[in-house]
Write a protein that binds this ligand. Sequence first.
Ligand code: UD1
Ligand code: MG
Length: 463
Amino acid sequence: MTVPAVLVLAAGEGTRMKSSLPKVLHEAAGEPLLEHVFRAAAPLRGPVGVVVGHGAERVRERYAGRCLFFLQKRRLGSGDAVKSAAAWLKRRGGDVVVLCGDAPLIRPGTLKRLTAVHRREKNAVTLLTARVSDPFGYGRIVRDAVGRPRAIVEHRDATPEQRRIDEINSGMYCFRAKDLRAALKRLRPDNEKKEYYLTDAVAFLADRGRPVGALCLDSEEEVLGVNRRSELAAADKILRRRTLEKLMAAGVTVVDPDSTYVDAGVRVGRDTVLYPQTFLKGRTAVGRGGRIGPFSFLQDCRVGDDAELRAVFAYGSVVGPGARVGPFTHLRPGTRIGAGARVGNFVETKNSRVGPKSKVSHLSYVGDAVLGADVNVGAGAITCNYDGFRKHRTHIGSGAFVGSNANLVAPVRVGRGAIVEAGSTIVRDVPADALALERATEIVKKGWARRKRRELARIKAAE
Ligand code: UD1
Ligand code: MG
């Protein structure tokens, strides 16, 4: 038994999105609509072809190497779109599952069921349909006296009686390729839109006594198409909810699913708690027993077990197990925070390594730096990594202590176990276990403040 080919129709213009981006590249739950369709079709294991038209170049660019592309030169309807892949379908034979690039909510299990029904019943075409409360706008499924699908009638071509049918066409089908090709040759644009409707293939096959079947869903959730931005937001919400349900089933606590935003490709370990207003994006992976949020945004980050990230914005960073970060911390790309380290409030890091158990607790900038283990960076101490022309590196050895408000002017090295006094601007390397101090002489005038206050009081009294 050969696997079915998968053909995704994505040449539509998406006029109602009012966008310069092709509709199928708009993102829901952090990924393009087309990506969700690909994910749903993946278990079918078949080769995937995508019909592109509007914005074809951008779709090709994004998905080069992931699928075959067929160009529909003029947008003459869904039947015409399938025709652009006719040669491929002929070569492959077997079955073809037709999907819509703008219907991202279809589940993999449903497509498996569709192909199973199709094979079991040896159908020429098996329709994926749904019973909905408001069928407005959809093609309606017309069945014969014994309940077999006879035809699909588009909303605008339907009679008032047909419009009362609440079973609608999802726009997804499993065809026997040979029957599909025969039907494609007979499509005519004799409808209100003057388009070649793929849906007319159903009546064509039924008229010729070919077996037509249907898998009818009792909810419309999976067949919802995205045509406008409000539908994009609705799809985003449903996809996100599904991801959270999966995480919760696997042992993750999500305090408030309505305000937690996790992309489909993200992994989270059991017993981790996600607090409200947390965004986990892209390829982020969080270990077990962590506490993330409230108010955290992690893009493409790896977080070890038992880490705590409160109000953290992090991009392309790695946080080791048991580390504590936040609140109000910005981890920029290339940050690696070691096990048990502490990076506190109003700290920004970039392209830097903070060794295990090191502490950068308050108000620091750490850029292009390597900190060993057990380093302590005092409040307000910073690396001066940029001289106005180039970036330079700072090295701080294990066990070193950098006092508050120190400036480490890179390139510079602070040796292991060295101490940099508070307020010093360090421009030369500090050897291991040395003390480095750079300060103006402190002047103390005894009783000066008291005398000043008395003098001011006298002036005030005289006024
Ligand atoms: C289509 C179905 C309708 C079904 C509905 C479900 C037809 C004639 N009607 O209607 O029965 O209820 O989907 O959402 O198919 N496309 C192209 N090239 C074209 C035209 C369309 O690639 O020239 C693609 C679109 O990008 C889309 C799909 O085909 O992915 C369906 O086309 P669309 O115009 O959205 O059809 P609907 O009116 O929604
Ligand atoms: Mg549509």
